[in-house]
Design a protein around this ligand. Structure first.
Ligand code: ZN
Length: 256
């Protein structure tokens, strides 16, 4: 590597780059430099034995090619984000329908679709960008289902992520379930239905894990303290007529 470059010279070059539109070539440097504060590039280069390319690297100023590449990337990210707002995901067909540039093929060859989707933080249609999203979706799918299914049941229910998606990330059913903090060997176990609780417990009529059931009861107790006589009477009637099947009344009451 060449000799040290003075900070003041870098500062001047950065100013010139800004004027030139965000990048520099030796010609642009000479065109936009402050002629009182700097010498021409040729003179500087000869004196300091440094190529323009190396200088840009040290000064952390984009070359013309890098600048173009950055602009292209920004354009791709913008396109992806726009498409994602409209459809909730991105895919080849919608992208091409919008006649965006650069083309889908170009992005795929040059940068990789998945990689750019990851940078743009958008979802690819039917395809998971990262394992974390996949696992958190699995966690939610199982909670919504309410119990631990067999691998086959899960597959037949066509829940997301699919077994195929898991496989594409080298995740077996068992491993994926472990990562989602479920025990897949305890088939039929229930999942607590309290908000944001994912505790698994032995199948019973209960809707909630022990901890959450305590919470629910205390919520209802508080409700009873402030409930009107009329509401208390109707709650009592419900309890007599329909009972607390599957603890549903508990759940409905707490949400009142
Ligand atoms: Zn719970």
């Amino acid at each position: 590597m060449p000799n040290k470059v003075e900070d003041s010279f870098i500062e001047e070059a950065k100013k010139a780059a800004k004027q030139a539109g965000g990048y520099l070539t030796a010609e642009l440097f000479d065109q936009f430099r402050d002629k009182k504060k700097t010498v021409a590039w040729d003179t500087y280069s000869r004196k300091n034995k440094i190529t323009f390319r190396d200088f840009l690297k040290i000064a952390k100023i984009p070359s013309k090619d890098q600048h173009k590449l950055n602009k292209t990337k920004i354009q791709i990210i913008q396109n992806f984000k726009l498409l994602n707002i409209t459809y909730g995901y991105i895919d080849k067909k919608n992208y091409e329908d919008q006649k965006y540039t650069p083309s889908w093929e170009y992005i795929s060859d040059r940068f990789g679709i998945e990689k750019m989707a990851c940078i743009a933080e958008v979802k690819l249609k039917n395809k998971y960008i990262d394992i974390d999203t996949m696992i958190s979706d699995l966690k939610i799918s199982i909670k919504e289902l309410g119990y631990i299914p067999t691998r086959q049941q899960y597959d037949e229910l066509k829940l997301k992520p699919s077994i195929k998606s898991l496989k594409s990330k080298n995740l077996s059913w068992r491993n994926a379930m472990i990562q989602a903090e479920y025990n897949s060997t305890r088939l039929g176990d229930k999942i607590c239905q309290y908000d944001r609780c994912y505790v698994q417990f032995e199948a019973s009529e209960k809707l909630f894990c022990d901890t959450c059931e305590k919470k629910v009861k205390s919520e209802i107790n508080k409700l009873i303290d402030s409930i009107s006589l009329k509401d208390a009477q109707s709650l009592l009637r419900e309890l007599i007529n329909e009972g607390n099947v599957d603890h549903k009344l508990l759940d409905e009451t707490r949400k009142r």
